[in-house]
Design a protein around this ligand. Structure first.
Ligand code: GLN
Length: 284
């Protein structure tokens, strides 16, 4: 049997990934190999000339094959890191994005200076990443996390147990705001906001693997955003907040919808670290 050292297999995989147009061939080879060997990436370098066992090689080959078909790394390893927390993910849920970390950070700062904001609803919770991260970093809040997909809720449940916030994070199956029975202080959502016609133009990693229902926001991408802007005030206490993640080019339209519905005292569009419109913050 051919002997494969860590160094040799990394080189081979990097070349192989290049042929398949994988974005970061060397880095991704390292991430996957570290996962297959159950070690940290940095540790690969301390055992560079170590031989892989047949079982390790077999496990890694399966992962290479999946990645060469453009399956996202997070689905292959089953994990995605978000604000220094590890979240279990599978194909039932959107893979958490860095832009969403910025949204969550903004809410954490707001709540730290407004301790009267204690009840939060996360609409379309998916992996639970927004709800669970908020509950993990803010010990005095209670979150209701809603999703229309029962498969997604199973993922969120697993994550809320892992992060030990299940006592303060209630998972509910239902459509958008409908399951809410009491008014809350803050509603947050990262709704599907990509226009249907743009979905086919997305990279294969996204369009072939991530759930369409988590991405597709209807003809102009604004279906869910509009619904939430118009209906959230009925579920918010006076002075309550709505935070929505939006597309980089949707700021103007989202402002228009928010102004036209005439149910908010104030609102603003916040930019992300790339200086793109990214979040609607509105207060009733
Ligand atoms: N709330 C989840 C996230 O932000 C899922 C969002 C979605 O599926 N659109 O990652």
């Amino acid at each position: 049997m051919e002997v494969w050292t860590i160094s040799k297999i990394l080189d081979w995989t990097t070349d192989y990934f290049k042929k398949y147009d994988i974005e970061w061939p060397h880095l991704e080879a390292e991430i996957l190999l570290a996962h297959a060997l159950n070690c940290k990436r940095i540790e690969l370098y301390t055992k560079y000339e170590k031989n892989l066992s047949a079982a390790e090689l077999d496990k890694f080959k399966q992962m290479i094959k999946r990645r060469s078909q453009h399956e996202p790394i997070a689905y292959i390893t089953g994990y995605k890191s978000f604000m220094s927390l590890e979240f279990y993910v599978n194909r039932s849920v959107l893979i958490p994005r860095p832009e969403t970390e910025e949204l969550v950070e903004t809410i954490i700062s707001l709540i730290k200076t407004n301790s009267n904001l204690t009840t939060i609803a996360d609409i379309g919770t998916g992996s639970g990443v927004i709800a669970i991260t908020l509950a993990k970093y803010l010990k005095d809040i209670n979150v209701i996390a809603i999703d229309s997909s029962t498969e997604a809720l199973q993922v969120a449940q697993k994550n809320s147990q892992t992060h030990q916030v299940d006592q303060r994070c209630q998972l509910v199956n239902g459509h958008l705001l409908e399951p809410l029975q009491e008014k809350v202080d803050l509603i947050v959502s990262n709704p599907p906001y990509i226009p249907s016609s743009v979905i086919e133009e997305l990279p294969n990693d996204v369009k072939d693997w991530e759930p369409k229902q988590a991405l597709d926001g209807g003809p102009n991408g604004l279906d869910y955003i509009r619904n939430l802007i118009e209906n959230a005030p009925a579920y918010l206490k006076p002075g309550g907040f709505l935070f929505l993640e939006i597309g980089y080019d949707q700021g103007e339209k989202v402002s228009g919808i928010t102004a036209a519905c005439n149910k908010y005292q104030s609102f603003e569009i916040l930019k992300d670290s790339n200086n793109h419109d990214r979040v609607l913050k509105a207060q009733t």
